[in-house]
Design a protein around this ligand. Structure first.
Ligand SMILES: *Cc1c(COP(=O)(O)O)cnc(C)c1O
Length: 395
């Protein structure tokens, strides 16, 4: 297999029992990815159900306040369900339907991907089961209830540390046992091929739109495109159409947590090493025996010990740069963009905003930055208040 490799990263590292099924998924993706009828249905749902195209918003107040580059925000927070994840879930669920599958499963950390998957399962009339670490079901009861409301069954996973990586393991096991009627909807640009490639394609709608929008607005391509990186799906979607445009600098912002000199971090690019986990060869935070480290970030969506293989290749080839952003910097950015622009953005997205705050003042006024707001921040208000020592929860 030559497909699905990014400078040697990626691949299909799975138990033998899953190989025939992953080959069926790969064949289906190859069959439909350029199929006009498939693409028509995908884009029609993005338009009529998600509300695309999302706005490219000129952040005038931030631009004036920071006093350098012109800042534009790509507003994925305005999508139905409040983030970019729905773009990818619709694409994968349409593949699943064409493969004759009746049941969608997914892993979820804070619940964002689980909610997106449960939403589309409801829309398409499919069964849905979500695997979520027990630690996370306890912390995110609202999202557990939301998924149940949408008709999904949520399985609390108690193995390992009972967090996201353990939920992925449980979902993979369930997939192996039920692959005849089940499709595993991967939540980020990670996992075995063809998932990183599929997620790239479905999320690239972000940069297809932003490229057209910025050309209409300014007549030029942007100088910088900035996005936060967990597994890397909103970032790869934000970068995709610019990868071949050498004049556009690409910057991914990963979660440093309490700092890259502490153990409480999720900065895979800064601190990780090459390994094999969750079906792919990529970069991971692991000990010298290859055991995956516990990771930490204030942002549940960036709290993953690995990163998608295409990002590793973009970093190693020098095409993109990756910077660590601490909890403190992200929380400051959360408050800053709320006060400056009247936008409560997801704490994940605020890792990218923090980089804009650092970079924009160093650039001249004729430079243009596009920063992706991957999601809205309603979900984060209580935890940011708590970070500031204010308790607004009712229990
Ligand atoms: C899940 C999530 C992320 C991180 O995932 P990526 O695959 O790296 O995009 C970022 N922002 C929001 C709002 C999320 O829900």
């Amino acid at each position: 297999m030559k497909e699905g490799r990014y400078l040697g990263f990626g691949g299909q590292y799975l138990p033998e029992i899953l190989i025939p099924e992953i080959h069926r998924v790969e064949a289906a993706y190859e069959q439909y990815k350029d199929d006009p009828e498939f693409l028509n249905e995908f884009h029609s749902l993005l338009k009529k159900y998600v509300g695309r195209p999302s706005l490219l918003y000129y952040a005038k107040n931030m631009t004036e306040d920071l006093g350098g580059a012109q800042i534009y925000l790509k507003r994925e927070d305005l999508n139905h369900t409040g983030a970019h994840k729905i773009n990818n879930v619709i694409g994968q669920a349409l593949i699943a339907k064409r493969m004759g599958k009746k049941r969608l499963i997914a892993e979820t950390g804070a619940g964002q991907h689980g909610v997106a998957t449960a939403t589309i399962a409801a829309l398409f009339g499919m069964e849905c089961e979500i695997f979520m670490g027990k630690m996370d079901t306890d912390r995110q009861r609202l999202n557990v209830y939301r998924m149940e409301l949408l008709g999904a069954k949520v399985h609390p996973v108690t193995t390992g540390s009972a967090v996201l990586k353990d939920a992925v393991n449980a979902a993979l096991q369930n997939y192996a046992a039920r692959s005849e009627d089940t499709f595993y909807v991967m939540g980020s640009a990670v996992g075995p091929h063809p998932f990183p490639a599929m997620v790239h394609d479905f999320q690239s709608v972000i940069s297809k739109e932003s490229k057209q929008q910025i050309l209409e607005e300014t007549g030029n391509l942007p100088d910088y495109v900035i996005a936060c990186v967990g597994g890397g799906s909103n970032a790869i979607g934000s970068f995709a159409e610019y990868i071949e445009e050498d004049g556009v600098q690409l910057i991914g912002c990963e979660a440093a947590g309490k700092g890259i000199d502490t153990k409480d971090t999720a900065a895979t690019m800064a601190l990780g090493s090459t390994g094999i986990f969750h079906g792919m060869k990529s970069r991971f935070l692991q000990n010298k025996d290859g055991q995956i480290n516990p990771v930490y970030s204030i942002s549940a969506g960036l709290d993953y010990p690995g990163v998608g293989p295409e990002h590793v290749a973009l970093m190693d080839s020098g095409r993109a740069q990756y910077v660590p952003i601490t909890d403190d910097e992200a929380v400051n950015a959360f408050e800053y963009i709320a006060k400056q622009e009247g936008i409560v953005a997801a704490i994940e997205s605020c890792h990218a905003i923090a980089e804009v705050q650092k970079l924009a003042p160093t650039l001249s006024k004729d430079k243009v930055i596009i920063c992706t707001l991957s999601g809205r921040g309603d979900k984060d208000v209580a935890s940011i208040a708590k970070y500031r020592g204010i308790n607004i929860s009712e229990d």
